[in-house]
Design a protein around this ligand. Structure first.
Ligand code: GLC
Ligand code: CA
Length: 603
C-alpha cells in the first residue's frame, strides 16, 4: 500500500480530497483555480428578466441556484460593460459602467453579493487590446486632443493606401482612414474596435486603474481577450499575400510579440499580484512552448486559451469545413498536457461564445437523440478528466446544439454577416455559403439558453434578440433537471468526482495508442492512485485490447455513460463503499460513443 495515499475502495472515508487518512499531504500546494470548474455566461443570451428580449444581470442572479446545483465554482461573464454592440460587448465604450440593456452597477453589486453567498467566484472579461470607437478616449484621439493623441495606433498612409496590407479579423483592411487626423488607425477586429496603443504608459495606467476598480469590488479575476495581441512591433511591414487574395496576415507579426509579455509582467506587478485572483489569457497562435512564457511558474497568467484543437475540422480557414481529424485532436491535447505538466497549467474547453456547439461539431450528425446525448457525455468525460481547469459554456451542460436558420437575416454575428456579404459579392450562391455558417457561425453558441419547453424556451417574455434553437422542447433545463440520466446530471457527477479524487486535478497524464483513429485512451496517476479513461469517439462499435501494462488488472468502473447514473452516485458521493463489480481489464468492447472511467485497483 502506498504510504502517502490510500487507494480506492474507501474513497468515501477520505477526510479531505488532498489528504489521506493519516493527514499526509498528497500534493505540495493546493490551488483553488486548479481545482475549480468554470462556467461561462454569455449574458445577452442567458436569461431575460424584463421582457426586452435581451438577457441581463438580474437574469444571471435569478439563475444562481441552478448554477450552484450544477456544482461549478467560478462564473466567467462575457463583457457586461457599456458598448454600442458592434461585436456584442467586445467593443467597450465605458469600462466602469454596465451595458444599458444588461442593467446597472447596483444590479452588478447584487449579482456579486449573491454569487459570493453561494460560494461562487466571478471572473470578468478584460477587453483591452481595443476599445469601441465610441469610447471617449477614441473620440478625443481622433480629434487629436493632446491628452489622448497617442492612445491608439495612428499611421500615415502609403501613397493613398493604408500603411500595411493587413486584413482585419472579421474581413477587410485592418486600417481605417480618419480625415480629421489625416491618418489611419489600426483595428485588428472591426473598424469599430480601434486597437489601443500599449506603448503609451497613460493607456496602461488607465487599464490598471480600471482593473483595480473591479478587483476592489471583489471580483475574482479576469479572462483576458486576445491578450497576446497587445504588444505591437516597432516597424509595421506588409505581409505576404496568398494568390487570389487582397490582404496579408499582420497577426503573424503581432501575436506573442515580446512586448506583450512585458506589458503582462507589468500588469502582474502593478495589479494582479496584489490580489488572490485567477487569470486566463485568450491567446490565438500559441503552442505549449510559447504558452509557457505566459503561464510557467513566475509568469503573469495562470492559464491560456489555446486554439490548436479548434482547427481540427478546418481547411484553409474556419469556414472551410472538414471532418474532425481525431488523431490530430488527440495529438494536440496530449502535446498540451505533456508540455505544461509540472511547469504551467492548462485550460480545458470545447465550447465558448466564438465556437459552434461541441455536440454538433464532434459528435453524430444523425438525428438519434439518445446517441447524441451519449456523445455529449463522452466529450464531457474526455475534457473534465484531463489535467487542467475545465470550462463549461452555457447550454453545454444540457447538450445544446448548433442551429440552421435558412435566412441570413436571422443571423446577428458580425463575423458571420461579413463572411456572407463577402461571399455574395464574389458571386457565391446563398446555398453554397449557408452550410459553412450552419457548421461554424458564432451564433450557434449565442442562441438563447433553453430553460424550458415554453415559448422562446422560457428565455424571455418578449421577442428574443436572436431566434431560439428549434429543438428547445426536447433540449432544455427543465427536462434535464427532472431526468436523472440527463447530460446535466452527468456533468454534475463529473464535477463532484473532481472534488472527491485529487488524481483528477493533480494527477499526471499519459496517453495510449495515440494513433488509434477511433478511441481515446489516457491514464491519470497520483501517488499510486490511477484512473484509466477510455472513450469511443465514433458512432460504431469498437474492440480494444488494453495496453499490456493494464492487461489482467482489476478495476472498478466508476463512471460510464451507458449504465444509469444511479449506479455511480454512492461512489461519487463518498458514501459507504459502493458495491461495484470488479472488472478484469482485457479485451474490451465499446458501444458507440461509450465512455468508461476505471479506477485501478492496485495488484
Ligand atoms: C475574442 C472574443 C471574440 C471577439 C474578439 C474581439 O476573440 O472572444 O468574441 O470578437 O476577441 O474582441
Ligand atoms: Ca432584459
Amino acid at each position: 500500500m502506498n504510504k502517502n495515499f490510500v487507494v480506492v475502495k474507501d474513497v468515501g472515508k477520505r477526510v479531505h480530497p488532498c489528504y489521506d487518512e493519516v493527514g499526509v499531504t498528497i500534493v505540495d500546494k493546493r490551488t483553488w483555480w486548479k481545482e475549480a470548474v468554470v462556467y461561462q455566461i454569455y449574458p445577452r443570451s442567458f436569461y431575460d428578466t424584463n421582457g426586452d428580449g435581451i438577457g441581463d444581470l438580474n437574469g444571471i442572479t435569478a439563475k444562481l441556484d441552478y448554477l450552484q446545483e450544477l456544482g461549478v465554482d467560478v462564473l466567467w461573464l462575457s463583457p457586461i460593460f457599456r458598448s454600442p454592440n458592434a461585436d456584442n460587448g467586445y467593443d467597450i465604450s465605458d469600462y466602469e459602467d454596465i451595458m444599458a440593456e444588461f442593467g446597472t452597477l447596483s444590479d452588478f453589486d447584487r449579482l456579486l453579493k449573491e454569487a459570493k453567498a453561494r460560494g461562487l467566484k466571478l471572473l470578468l472579461d478584460l477587453v483591452v487590446n481595443h476599445t469601441s470607437d465610441e469610447h471617449p478616449w477614441f473620440i478625443a484621439s481622433r480629434k487629436n486632443d493632446p491628452r489622448y493623441r497617442d492612445f491608439y495606433i495612428w499611421r500615415e498612409g502609403k501613397e493613398g493606401a493604408p500603411p500595411t496590407n493587413w486584413f482585419a479579423a472579421f474581413g477587410g483592411s485592418a486600417w481605417k482612414y480618419v480625415p480629421e487626423r489625416r491618418a489611419y488607425y489600426l483595428h485588428l477586429f472591426t473598424e469599430k474596435q480601434p486597437d489601443l496603443n500599449w506603448e503609451e504608459k497613460n493607456v496602461r495606467d488607465a487599464v490598471y486603474a480600471m482593473m483595480r476598480f473591479w478587483l476592489d469590488k471583489g471580483v475574482d479575476g479576469f479572462r483576458m481577450d486576445v491578450i497576446n495581441l497587445i504588444g505591437k512591433p516597432d516597424v509595421f511591414e506588409d505581409a505576404p499575400v496568398p494568390p487570389g487574395e487582397t490582404y496579408g496576415n499582420g497577426f503573424a507579426f503581432i501575436a506573442n510579440h515580446p512586448k506583450s509579455y512585458w506589458y503582462l509582467r507589468e500588469m502582474y506587478d502593478e495589479v494582479l499580484s496584489h490580489y488572490d485572483v485567477m487569470t486566463v489569457g485568450e491567446t490565438p497562435a500559441v503552442t505549449p512552448d510559447v504558452a509557457l512564457n505566459y503561464v510557467a511558474d513566475g509568469k503573469p497568467l495562470n492559464m491560456v486559451f489555446q486554439f490548436e484543437h479548434m482547427d481540427v475540422d478546418s481547411g484553409k480557414n474556419k469556414w472551410d469545413v472538414r471532418p474532425v481529424d481525431w488523431v490530430r485532436f488527440k495529438t494536440i491535447m496530449s502535446r498540451w498536457e505533456e508540455g505544461l505538466a509540472d511547469r504551467g497549467w492548462n485550460s480545458l474547453y470545447l465550447n465558448n461564445h466564438d465556437q459552434p456547439r461541441s455536440v454538433s461539431r464532434y459528435v453524430t450528425r444523425s438525428a438519434d437523440s439518445a446517441l447524441r446525448r451519449r456523445g455529449a457525455k463522452m466529450l464531457a468525460t474526455m475534457l473534465h478528466l484531463m489535467q487542467g481547469t475545465p470550462f463549461i459554456y452555457q447550454g453545454e451542460e444540457i447538450g445544446m446544439t448548433n442551429v440552421a436558420f435558412p435566412r441570413i437575416e436571422d443571423y446577428r454575428d458580425v463575423e458571420t454577416l461579413n463572411f456572407y456579404a463577402e461571399g455574395r459579392k464574389r458571386g457565391v450562391a446563398h446555398e453554397a455559403l449557408m452550410p459553412s455558417i450552419y457548421a461554424k457561425s458564432r451564433d450557434n453558441a449565442r442562441t438563447p439558453m433553453q430553460w424550458s419547453h415554453e415559448r422562446h424556451a422560457g428565455f424571455t417574455q418578449g421577442e428574443p434578440w436572436i431566434k431560439v434553437g428549434s429543438n428547445y422542447t426536447e433540449i432544455n433545463v427543465e427536462s434535464s433537471l427532472s431526468d436523472p440520466d440527463s447530460i446535466f446530471h452527468y456533468y454534475r457527477a463529473l464535477i463532484r468526482l473532481r472534488k472527491r479524487l485529487p488524481v483528477i486535478v493533480y494527477g499526471t497524464y499519459t496517453v495510449y495508442d495515440l494513433d488509434h483513429p477511433s478511441l481515446y485512451i489516457y491514464e491519470r496517476k497520483l501517488n499510486g492512485d490511477a484512473l484509466l479513461v477510455l472513450l469511443n469517439l465514433t458512432e460504431t462499435v469498437q474492440h480494444y485490447t488494453v495496453p499490456s501494462t493494464f492487461y489482467g488488472h482489476q478495476a472498478e468502473l466508476i463512471l460510464n455513460n451507458i449504465e444509469p447514473l444511479a449506479a455511480f452516485w454512492p461512489y461519487i458521493n463518498g458514501e459507504v463503499a459502493p458495491d461495484l463489480t470488479l472488472h478484469r481489464l482485457t479485451d474490451l468492447t465499446f458501444a458507440p460513443y461509450e465512455a468508461r472511467v476505471y479506477h485501478l485497483v492496485s495488484a
